[in-house]
Design a protein around this ligand. Structure first.
Ligand code: ZN
Length: 578
């Protein structure tokens, strides 16, 4: 009996130590009985631990899968009807799902399993890592968490209630944007810009308190500060993210400076000013985060007579990623009470994928539909054999990258031509200016994202420093905007993301960078057609290399496996800088 067991064990893959023990044991047959016990003990340590992990996962899935589905459906319904009743149901379902992760006894089990170092099977080990981060983030004293939510709610109310006072009139953010976008009167522009900035002093102190509170929470669960915690729990190493931002800074600095000169020349002429007299309110939006309208193509007119839903269905089908099942479950058009924006959601990770949109025949909605269905195909074409936890994107920014890559096609003249939206004469006519507009948009956004990432990182490292100065140092360095003389105001506190959507902004830029890396790989190695229209190989590649692997690899390993390189800003620079 024991000998048979030894043979069985020999047939199993055993680790190096065990095989060595085994070889020496075989020479001394009289020792077999005792040795077998040792051997089994040696193997079964790993096996036992892995079995305990499997049990943990089974128990977790039994609780989480039904609650996940319930919470996703409740949120979907609430976004469609907008009724208080549905929102209450949705909040309750999300709370029940989140509660799973705050269980401290389960966390202790998981921690022990992780720290044993004995969960070696790659799929199990990856699940340990992801689940551990989810549980760790929820191990916060509920009183501290409640205080954080209360502070955030108070700040949120101040933002919502604030109206800029411009020459005695109360203006919403949209009205401020409208003035900045259309006025040519410097006094009016300055008044709108300064009026909006008056939210800063109202919230700055509250935000600093909140930042310190978030830091305390992070320190209690073992992190240096909240920024580090946020990134690490989402599976990002801050040093790795900073390295990508440095790389992109180096690749874009020179070209952005040239482009900024062009922008300044354009605006000096537009406002009849000297370049040296241009101020931050002369750039058509509050933060210089979007491209000023220097190059204009009226894309909307090309879509007036088109049906974006038909176009998106036929495009994705053409690349081998049919989306009929997604569209059938989606809610595509405006309704009273319905969420006015757009999103994509994976209800059950088993094929029930939906997108919410408010489609109109224009270029914005063409871009948005391509974008949302990019998220959709990422979810829909997952590998149903993977465990539930791994049937997800490698990271939120990797699914954003796929969505961005497809969304960009809406204003790509070659795509529009190949989809039958414009003819080749029109295509040639708008190619150059379309590229310039996209390039300007990307470069302006990338410099702004540098400000956001570096400011937040530094603020959490030292919330006591002179943040007003830090903000303008970043704005001057990365966006090349000059601080108005003598200005010492908490302008950083006027950006709502700093207070309420912390440490996430960098993912928007990482998504753009990766979109370019995949686009370059696809157009170099998979197809010669830059529009992808009718190229089934594109869908085959994405399914095999991106969608099916789901979250089974660390995001940078997945990127390396799919493109041969880790995430790099090179291809973003190639597409938009040169
Ligand atoms: Zn998106």
């Amino acid at each position: 009996m024991k000998l048979r067991k030894l043979q069985e064990v020999l047939n199993e893959k055993t680790d190096y130590l065990c095989i060595n023990q085994l070889n020496s044991m075989k020479k001394h047959i009289f020792l077999v009985v005792g040795a077998t016990t040792m051997l089994i003990a040696c193997i079964s340590n790993q096996e036992k631990t892995e079995n305990r992990m499997k049990e943990f996962i089974s128990a977790y899935e039994a609780k989480a899968i039904p609650l996940f589905k319930e919470a996703s459906l409740a949120s979907w319904n609430a976004n469609i009807t907008g009724t208080n009743e549905d929102w209450t149901k949705s909040e309750k379902a999300s709370f029940e799902l989140a509660k799973i992760f705050s269980d401290s006894a389960d966390f202790a089990k998981l921690k022990e399993l992780k720290e044993s170092g004995l969960v070696k099977d790659s799929l199990l080990a990856r699940q340990v890592e992801l689940l551990y981060n989810s549980y760790l983030g929820a191990q916060v004293d509920t009183a501290l968490l409640a205080k954080q939510i209360k502070m955030e709610t108070e700040i949120s109310k101040k933002y919502s209630n604030f109206r800029a006072n411009v020459n005695g009139k109360e203006l919403t953010d949209n009205q401020v944007e409208e003035i900045l976008h259309s006025s040519k009167n410097s006094k009016e522009l300055q008044a709108a810009w300064e009026g909006h900035k008056m939210i800063g002093p109202l919230v700055a102190e509250d935000i600093i308190k909140l930042v310190k509170h978030r830091n305390m929470i992070a320190q209690k669960i073992g992190f240096t500060n909240y920024h580090e915690m946020s990134l690490k729990l989402s599976g990002q190493d801050p040093a790795e993210v900073t390295a990508i931002f440095d790389e992109l800074d180096n690749l874009t600095r020179g070209n952005f400076a040239q482009l900024k000169n062009d922008i300044d020349t354009y605006f000096a002429n537009y406002y009849h000013l000297k370049i040296s007299d241009l101020k931050p309110w002369h750039y058509q939006n509050r933060y210089f985060q979007e491209a000023p309208e220097i190059y204009t193509v009226d894309f909307d007119k090309f879509y007036e007579k088109q049906d974006p839903v038909k176009l998106v269905a036929s495009f994705y089908d053409g690349i081998g990623l049919n989306v009929d099942a997604i569209l059938a479950k989606s809610d595509l058009y405006e309704k009273p009470g319905k969420n006015q924006h757009a999103f994509s959601t994976d209800i059950d990770r088993e094929g029930d994928v939906r997108t919410l949109d408010n489609v109109k025949p224009d270029s914005y909605w063409m871009n948005t539909l391509l974008h949302e269905l990019g998220h959709g195909v990422y979810s829909y074409y997952n590998d149903r054999n993977l465990p539930f936890t791994l049937r997800d994107a490698a990271h939120t920014f990797t699914t954003e990258a796929i969505a961005n890559m497809f969304g960009r096609l809406a204003t790509d003249p070659v795509w529009m031509k190949n989809m039958g939206i414009i003819d080749s004469i029109e295509c040639n006519k708008i190619t150059d200016v379309s590229h310039k507009a996209l390039r300007l948009q990307q470069l302006v956004f990338s410099r702004w994202a540098q400000v956001m990432y570096r400011f937040e990182k530094s603020m959490y490292e030292d919330p006591e420093q002179d943040l007003n100065q830090l903000w303008w140092d970043m704005v001057e360095k990365y966006q090349l905007l000059a601080k108005p003389e003598g200005r010492n105001m908490p302008d950083w506190a006027t950006k709502i993301h700093v207070a309420l959507y912390p440490c996430y902004y960098h993912n928007y830029l990482l998504g753009e960078i990766l979109a370019s890396q995949w686009y370059n790989y696809l157009t170099t190695n998979i197809t010669k057609d830059q529009s992808f229209v009718g190229e089934k190989a594109v869908g085959d590649y994405l399914k095999a290399k991106v969608f099916m692997p789901g979250a089974r690899y660390y995001w940078n390993e997945m990127i390396e496996r799919s493109t041969g390189e880790k995430l790099t800003a090179k291809y973003y620079a190639k597409q938009f800088v040169q």
